[in-house]
Design a protein around this ligand. Structure first.
Ligand code: NAD
Ligand code: TYD
Length: 341
């Protein structure tokens, strides 16, 4: 089996490439990534010499390139992680989200339709469902929850999902879609909440919490997400959507305080800053379908997963310090310079 994994130099795609290369030595894993600011080949160092792994640099929205690659490689499966993934960046610059997340997806779908494929899997997000009110803890996202997006990021992901499902219905393309809650774990780019707070707390720098910090996210360890996608690829029903989440809801403030306690740092580092425009209040997944149909169960809960993740950041300082010393520093000033003043 030859599997193209797009976005394999990013956070979740990188973890998925590690998982697949080690678990399926007989499969060929081709990592297709443009290496934007979020792509980092250092993530693949531990597996880059494995005989069943290759890297190709390229843009999923570049039709000529994608078609030439499919012509040459004739992949059996495509798992599409490649995306612009940061909500705050989508608010500053929405257009690249349309290009990569929507047009990149339709380009891959067209290549799959042209060259034939046994499975196209779209890695989507629970953010396509919009948000839930904080005062209704009884409500959860199911696969039937209507799409109701808030940010340019989530709108681009919802749009991509609709194209994927349309290609199944119209052209009979064998697709699956997964919608996962917030991930955390090793190789998470330090612009996102958890790695940002760990790296800044270690440097005794102020920790920017948006608004009142009461927004709730449903945290899933990235390795549980990778296992779920593996299961969907091998046992999931074509044309179906699977929600992925492990009932680990925490407010942002709880997450930040947990990190501070684990690192023995004071809460006085917390700074409440201007809220994100359109900030979703609560995400919460109902994972009944993937649990009952495919037998998926997460291995980590938030308390064990966050401890493992913090240890990973403590033991892999080189990985994230290389990022912070690069382009990211300029980005951080641009996003937070005024808010922290
Ligand atoms: P990430 O930003 O860490 O990685 C994205 C990767 O895609 C990078 O390596 C980047 O170089 C690559 N890329 C970007 N544009 C490209 C293009 N035009 N062509 C080829 N490669 C390109 O993102 P992530 O957090 O690992 O998310 C991966 C996927 O999972 C995304 O589709 C995202 O929407 C989805 N998702 C993320 C989360 C989360 O909590 N991070 C949760 C649910 C779903
Ligand atoms: P993020 O990691 O950007 O993921 P998403 O917006 O896709 O859920 O943010 C997680 C939560 O943390 C979200 O409610 C916004 C909040 N947040 C902060 O309070 N401060 C920060 O510096 C960042 C990056 C996020």
């Amino acid at each position: 089996m030859k599997i193209i994994v797009t976005g394999g130099a990013g956070f979740i795609g990188g973890n998925f490439v590690h998982h697949m290369v080690k678990k399926y030595p007989e499969d060929e894993i081709l990592n297709l990534d443009l290496l934007t600011y979020a792509g980092n080949l250092e993530t693949l160092k531990p597996i880059e010499d494995r005989p069943n792994y290759r890297f190709v640099r390229g843009d999923i929205a570049d039709r000529e390139f994608v078609f030439a690659l499919f012509e040459k490689e004739k992949p059996d499966m495509v798992v599409n992680f490649a995306a612009e993934s940061h909500v705050d960046r989508s608010i500053t610059d929405p257009e690249v989200f349309v290009r990569t997340n929507v047009m990149g997806t339709t380009t891959l779908l067209d290549a799959c339709r042209t060259y034939g494929i046994s499975r196209y899997h779209q890695v989507s997000t629970d953010e396509v469902y919009g948000d839930l009110p904080l005062d209704r803890p009884d409500l959860f996202f199911t696969e039937e929850t209507p799409l109701h997006t808030s940010s340019p990021y989530s709108s681009s992901k919802a749009s991509a999902d609709l194209f994927v499902l349309a290609y199944h219905r119209t052209y009979g393309l064998p697709v699956t879609v997964s919608r996962c809650s917030n991930n955390y774990g090793p190789y998470h780019f330090p612009e996102k909440l958890i790695p940002l707070m760990i790296s800044r707390a270690l440097a005794d720098e102020p920790l920017p919490v948006y608004g009142d910090g009461a927004n709730v996210r449903d945290w899933l360890h990235v390795s549980d997400h990778c296992e779920a996608i593996d299961l969907i690829l091998h046992k999931g029903r074509v044309g179906e959507i699977y929600n992925i989440g492990g009932h680990n809801e925490r407010t942002n403030l709880e997450v930040v305080k947990t990190i501070l306690r684990a690192l023995d740092k004071p809460e006085s580092l917390i700074r409440f800053v201007k809220d994100r425009p359109g900030h979703d209040r609560r995400y919460a997944i109902d994972p009944t379908k993937i649990e009952t149909e495919l037998g998926w169960k997460p291995k980590y809960n938030f308390d064990t997963g966050i401890r493992q993740t913090i240890d990973w950041y403590l033991n892999n300082e080189d990985w994230w310090k290389h990022i912070i010393s690069g382009e990211y520093t300029g980005y951080f000033e641009k996003m937070y310079g005024e808010r922290l003043a």
